[in-house]
Design a protein around this ligand. Structure first.
Ligand SMILES: Cc1cc2nc3c(=O)[nH]c(=O)nc-3n(C[C@H](O)[C@H](O)[C@H](O)COP(=O)(O)OP(=O)(O)OC[C@H]3O[C@@H](n4cnc5c(N)ncnc54)[C@H](O)[C@@H]3O)c2cc1C
Length: 350
């Protein structure tokens, strides 16, 4: 019997972060295998920006960090400085994805096809000889002599390092069901409770009945608690039969969730009307654009994305308690690039 040679880097999850990490690892010559549970990679990526994929926002890292707010501002500073939005743009341009910038600096593929982004990533995996195994749902990650043993229903793979890139828990049909958070827990991490990040508000109001189906290009949402304004933001507002969605509503819901607000008022100013809604509900977590909660940021080293609980275990993307506003912030969070750079900078174990 030959001893199995451990893969130097095993990435769990072939979504936005896992695919990008795999490409960068391949460019650095790190022997890498990505295991993806679904039969196609990047399924949530294909949904991004209504299929147009708002890849990033063309602003300096300092501005992006400020817009994201704490705890992301402190935690993501090394990641965003190492891989700023300008670097993300030039990577995709180098990989045959011409980009276009909107007036508000959001960046999309010029084709407005999210599939072009996924193809660029899978082409780069091919060109760097990085392995991507589909229909491979990881069921267990355990510590082993050489690092880890990663088990799927049909095979197990020994790995020196493991990067968890399994995403949040919204849109579970895309494959992100919270597995990475369970693996992290089994390896010594705690977990922050899940909440929907960017999500619509549900309420009944005659104004909603009168305007269902209308989109307001520029509306304002404000959040008040005990008469004090805690948040104000502008953006598109979609009036639905159940309440309001669109960027203005999503960003306001993120503020309410991050502040853990229980008792607050939502003020909506759209067209000539202004309405105040006490304690609106939100749509369910499974419909959220981003998941708040997951692996706590104080259990991950922000300089390397390595676990503080389990050496050799790394994180990228939404599996961690990271979320940003709408507008390309979530895909730009850049944790994948920093994780790969720090893995590559370590001397290979004999
Ligand atoms: C409708 C919608 C629109 C969005 N639009 C934008 C946008 O325009 N711009 C933006 O910046 N952000 C957008 N986002 C957010 C963005 O898509 C996510 O933040 C991003 O995809 C997170 O990347 P990730 O790699 O962490 O997770 P994911 O992209 O969810 O990838 C996780 C992957 O891990 C796999 N996986 C999970 N468990 C296992 C397992 N046990 N074994 C193997 N594989 C596993 C999953 O199948 C999945 O492929 C949008 C989100 C949604 C839902």
């Amino acid at each position: 019997m030959h001893d199995l040679k451990p893969v130097p880097l095993l990435i769990i999850g072939g979504g936005a972060s896992g695919l990008f990490a795999g490409c960068l690892a391949g460019e650095r010559g790190l022997g890498t295998l990505i295991l993806e549970r679904k039969h196609k990679p990047g399924r949530k990526l294909l949904m991004c920006g209504n299929g147009r994929c708002n890849l990033t926002k063309d602003i300096p890292p300092a501005r992006m960090l400020r817009d994201m707010g704490e705890p992301m501002t402190s935690f993501l500073a090394p990641a965003l400085n190492a891989c700023p939005p300008a670097a993300v743009q030039s990577w995709f341009q180098r990989h045959n994805v011409p980009l276009k910038k909107m007036e508000d600096r959001r960046v999309f593929p010029r084709s407005e096809q999210a599939s072009d982004v996924v193809h660029a990533l899978t082409d780069a995996l091919r060109d760097t000889g990085t392995s991507l195994c589909l229909n491979a749902p990881v069921e267990q990650v355990v510590r082993a002599e050489h690092g880890f043993l990663v088990a799927t229903p049909h095979f197990s793979v020994p790995a020196r390092r493991v990067l968890l890139a399994t995403g949040g828990v919204s849109y579970p049909k895309t494959g992100s069901v919270g597995d990475g958070q369970k693996f992290a827990k089994a390896l010594g991490h705690s977990l922050k409770p899940y909440r929907p990040g960017l999500i619509g508000f549900v309420f009944t109001h005659p104004w909603v009945d009168a305007h269902a189906g209308t989109t307001f290009e520029e509306a304002t949402c404000r959040i008040f608690r005990n008469g004090q304004k805690l948040y104000e933001g502008q953006g598109q507002l979609d009036c639905e039969t159940w309440g309001i969605g669109g960027a203005a509503a999503y960003n306001a819901s993120r503020c309410a969730a991050r502040l853990n607000l229980r008792d607050f008022e939502l003020e909506v100013a759209a067209g000539r009307d202004t309405l105040r809604i006490p304690n609106p509900q939100t749509r369910p977590l499974k419909e959220a654009i981003v998941t708040i909660g997951g692996v706590p940021l104080n259990e991950v080293d922000p300089a390397t994305m390595q676990s503080r609980k389990c050496p050799g275990l790394y994180f990228a993307g939404e599996v961690m308690d990271i979320d940003g506003p709408t507008g390309g912030y979530n895909l730009s969070a850049a944790t994948a690039a920093l994780a790969v750079a720090s893995i590559a900078s370590q001397k290979p174990k004999p």
